[in-house]
Design a protein around this ligand. Sequence first.
Ligand code: PHE
Length: 343
Amino acid sequence: MIKKINELLKEVEEFATDSFDEAEEFRIRLLSKKGQISLLFNDFKALPPEEKKLVGQQLNTLKESALNKVNEIKQRIEEQKQQTSGSDKYPDLTLPVDFAEAGSRHPISIVRNQINGIFEKIGFVISEGPEIENDWHNFSALNFAEDHPARDMQDTFFVEKNPDVALRTHTSSVQVRVMNNQKPPIRTISPGRVFRNEAISARAHCIFHQVEGLYIDKGVSFADLKHVLDHFAREFFGPETKIRLRPSYFPFTEPSAEVDVSCPFCKGKGCNICKGTGWVEIMGCGMVDPNVLENCNIDSTVYTGYAFGMGIERITMLKYMVNDLRLYFENDLRFLRQFSSAW
Ligand code: PHE
């Protein structure tokens, strides 16, 4: 029996494995109810008392070392498993990265932010106002005659009639609010969405966006207006850009002008975009009509001012060569994905 114990002891000492299943098999073969060590304990009971002491000690040592060995191996395997597979706390840092797709701004927002930035840098403050306006802010204060065609149902979306409430047709309405609430000097730009009752086509839409500017102070002249427009054109379209002013008419400015820039595509040589003229129209402008200042309680004998207004869609078209206005409102991802900007 001692011999058998020593053989098993040797076997326990030499046993090594990296397999959890093999360790479990080993435990069952030696230590389970019908295992070799358990069987030795059965035999032990039949031994004469004088042998029992020595054999008993050896048998206990064997059982203990077998148990320890199995537990050690199982524990080591368990620890290794945790280290290699990673616990919940530490994800596998070697896995390939799953890039989140970055969105991009809408081209109208990109261009609006750029226009705002150019004017903010030279001291203009952004002002915003409601998209639903009353007749006074959108028309009357701006010197539109009672029978002016722009008030007609053709152009304006009315929300209510008598008294008239409508979707604003331009952001000049915001500037009326600024003039009503602030004392000159006023230097503000009003970006925003405007609405006109037009049939939707590649060249016209019933919703579009404007940035309008207003500067009122003592001694503001047409030369100041021309200078700021020249600055804007060169900042936005490039330093070689030229502007030209053509006489025009707006009820709220006198004199009034349309502003053209030298064609950003052909640099003034003449191409499809500028229809061979070398110039493209980008905005309207003029000196604020004294009637408008008086309507807003600003003394027109003391103060003068200039105003300008541009459509963001048109400027965006010139920047990105998008020639169908409808694309700006359809949210087609194939269109939107082409624009990326930090602005
Ligand atoms: N409000 C005009 C428009 O919507 C643009 C404009 C603004 C023209 C200021 C002149 C001066 O068309």
